[in-house]
Design a protein around this ligand. Structure first.
Ligand SMILES: *Cc1c(COP(=O)(O)O)cnc(C)c1O
Length: 372
């Protein structure tokens, strides 16, 4: 019997669950012909601000642009150094390099996959301007420790919350855990739109005004430009979709939690290292990621059973070709100083996951793993 392949992330079921609301919201925008910015975007921003408890929300065209706008807002420029994790999606470091600044990588924790706060300080030089912790797979990094270091050393912190919208750290929502928080609404993220989208969050009035200006060509008023910015605007159609999904988001987080609990209970005594979530924070499980030294065998076995899997991420950022060209001589020293990153890149594997993953599909994933 050939079984149907389980969807890795079931966006179709999610759309069908809210179809009437989403179709109505999109029709409203199309009918208004107000496609860029406007009331849908403004309403979304105040709803996101309320949800996260952060004073200002500036939506933008992607998570990558949110990070770029954050760096521009904080004045990061050529020659500056920014300390971050080498175990993330490429964009985290890419935007730093795009500005002519240099990412400096500190190793991750072997269990949470987030940057080790106590490795940050030894990487600070007189050129260091900021730290970008990433809340990988949806679990916040050690933000209190990181903010303490930043405060003592006069640095900014940008929270890369692209995977952690909705998670909670010591009673505070992700996106509000640093100088500026950045998130992504890429369709596969916990809160996703129907294309590209993102947002910045800050409690600081001046930074918020600067970020909003930079997001829209450095424009203060019609055709008056006080800064060099970008076209980083969010479309009204994406805002309309996000408003519908945000209204259902907490139910989805509860469903995510249930799937994670079920997987973790089944994998607890296995050799596959279920995710470890620290007691003072929650994860939104942007990915449900396990690890094994026999990753290729594990993945082909799952595939034979109709269970897709993915690897987030197969290469430490410092091993990417773009960086080989920039500074090939640093690769080996990074590899030596980041053993946890090296091992994670070889061993991690993400399982099918999402609030709409049926119980039957969850059971099939668990049975497939147990039969290994
Ligand atoms: C997805 C992601 C980004 C980039 O977001 P986009 O919306 O795809 O541009 C940045 N950082 C991390 C950690 C991500 O997962």
């Amino acid at each position: 019997m050939t079984e149907q392949t389980i969807p890795f992330i079931d966006l179709k079921s999610q759309y069908l669950a809210y179809k009437d609301e989403i179709d109505g919201a999109m029709a409203r925008v199309v009918d208004s012909c107000g496609f860029i910015q406007g009331p849908e975007v403004a309403a979304l921003e105040s709803e996101l601000s309320e949800y996260t408890g952060v004073k200002h929300c500036i939506t933008c065209s992607s998570g990558t642009d949110a990070l770029l706008i954050a760096l521009l807002t904080l004045g990061i420029q050529q020659g500056d150094e920014v300390i971050t994790t080498p175990f993330s999606f490429f964009a985290t470091a890419e935007v730093v390099s795009l500005l002519g600044a240099h990412p400096v990588f500190a190793d991750i924790d072997a269990h949470t996959y987030n940057i080790q706060a106590d490795l940050i300080e030894s990487n600070i030089t007189e050129k260091t301007k900021a730290i970008i912790p990433v809340n990988l797979y949806g679990q916040p990094a050690d933000m209190d420790k990181i903010n303490d270091i930043a405060e003592r050393r006069g640095l900014f912190v940008i929270e890369d919350a692209a995977q952690s919208f909705g998670s909670v750290y010591r009673g505070k929502k992700s996106c509000g855990l640093a100088t500026i928080g950045c998130t992504s609404f890429y369709p596969a993220k916990p809160l996703g739109c129907f294309g590209d989208g993102g947002a910045l969050f800050t409690d600081d009035d001046e930074l918020a005004a600067a970020a909003r200006c930079l997001m829209n060509h450095g424009q203060d008023a019609g055709y008056r430009h006080s800064r060099i910015g970008i076209n980083g605007r969010l479309d009204a159609l994406q805002a309309a979709v996000l408003r519908v999904k945000l209204a259902h988001f907490d139910e989805e987080l509860a469903a995510r939690e249930r799937v994670a609990e079920r997987y973790s209970a089944a994998l607890e005594s296995s050799a596959f290292n279920p995710p470890r979530i620290l007691p003072d924070r929650t994860s939104v499980f942007a990915q449900y990621t396990v690890r094994t030294e026999q990753r290729d065998t594990f993945r082909s076995f799952l595939k034979e059973h109709g269970v897709p899997s993915a690897v987030h991420y197969p290469l430490p950022i410092y091993r990417q070709e773009a960086y080989l060209k920039l500074w090939s001589n640093k690769i080996e020293s990074y590899a030596a100083s980041c053993p946890n990153t090296e091992a994670a890149a070889r061993e991690v594997v993400s399982l099918p996951f999402g609030p709409f993953l049926s119980e039957e599909a969850q059971e099939r994933v668990i049975e497939a793993i147990k039969s290994i």
